[in-house]
Design a protein around this ligand. Structure first.
Ligand code: NAD
Length: 264
């Protein structure tokens, strides 16, 4: 525990359970004195999120479905009423129809494309629109991306396109908000076994491939993503915006399969 985030209040969106990346970040900032509010999607997840939130002393646990503007408005209205302001926001939300997280990107239908980009990309813009008016200079917005935004990774398909648009959104938002002292960054995490990841075809193979070929020869944990999240949400990163920071055991630097990687 420490005091890096003492006096800061933030909203963490995207905890589904104790394996969620959002939970890794929430725990890291709470351990440094941040006061954290949580949103969850739907009643089924409330039963999982509420006890986690309470374990880090959170008093604000709110429903929010990013496809429903009224629900997003209501969540931010509650934050405004309770806190009057906001210092940071974590957006760890993504979704695509899993029937299309396998096979060819070529075969993506329009409705699947639009839904994936709506939930995984536009929602970051949408929640930023509501968060920014609550922020003062020093505010920090953070979202979550993956290497599939930059290069083709197996089965990631429409999510890769959504993450490419998300990373570009980070850069545009960083310019929009830099003048008022608000920073916007993303973490590009290596593969982690979460609820969302279980929808991706051959995910176990992807985990093994990263483990064998990443410079650190292992996969990353939500605690490690939490550490990087803490940095990007705290004043330690005061000079950093528009950045996509890789937390992936270094996998993104590798150009070829490692010569000593075992067969998978
Ligand atoms: P997760 O399943 O724990 O979290 C995904 C969250 O998105 C859930 O809490 C879910 O409720 C939320 N969500 C989906 N649709 C929503 C909607 N309409 N409204 C509100 N919330 C909605 O999985 P995760 O892996 O922790 O995912 C968090 C983020 O990290 C995602 O953006 C994901 O793409 C990204 N990411 C994951 C990995 C990985 O390997 N797990 C790697 C890089 C990036």
């Amino acid at each position: 525990t420490g005091t890096l985030m003492a006096g800061k209040r933030g909203l963490v969106m995207g905890v589904a359970n104790d394996r969620s990346i959002a939970w890794g970040i929430a725990r890291a900032v709470a351990a440094q004195g941040a006061e954290v509010a949580f949103t969850y999607q739907g009643e089924a997840l409330e039963r999982r999120v509420r006890p986690l939130a309470e374990s880090v002393g959170s008093k604000l646990v709110l429903p929010c479905d990013v496809t429903d503007d009224a629900s997003v408005d209501a969540a931010f209205a509650t934050i405004k009423e309770a806190w009057g302001g906001l210092d940071f926001l974590v957006h760890a939300i993504g979704f695509a129809n899993k029937d299309y997280l396998r096979g060819r990107y070529l075969d993506t239908p329009r409705d699947v494309f639009l839904q994936a980009l709506d939930i995984s990309t536009f929602s970051f813009v949408s929640v930023s629109q509501r968060a920014v008016p609550l922020m003062k200079p020093g505010g920090s917005l953070l979202t979550m991306s993956y290497l599939g935004a930059e290069r083709v990774t197996p089965h990631y398909n429409v999510m890769g396109v959504a993450k490419a648009a998300l990373e570009a959104s980070v850069r545009y938002l960083a310019v929009d908000l830099g003048g008022i002292g608000i920073r916007v960054n993303a973490i590009s995490a290596g593969p982690i076994k979460t609820l969302a990841a279980s929808g991706i075809g051959d995910f176990r193979y992807i985990l093994k491939w990263n483990q064998y070929n990443a410079p650190l020869k292992r996969n990353v944990t939500i605690e490690e993503v939490g550490g990087a999240g803490l940095y990007l949400l705290s004043d330690l990163s005061a000079g950093v915006t528009g950045e996509v920071h890789h937390v992936d055991s270094g996998f993104h630097v590798v150009g070829m399969k490692s010569v000593d990687a075992p067969d998978i």
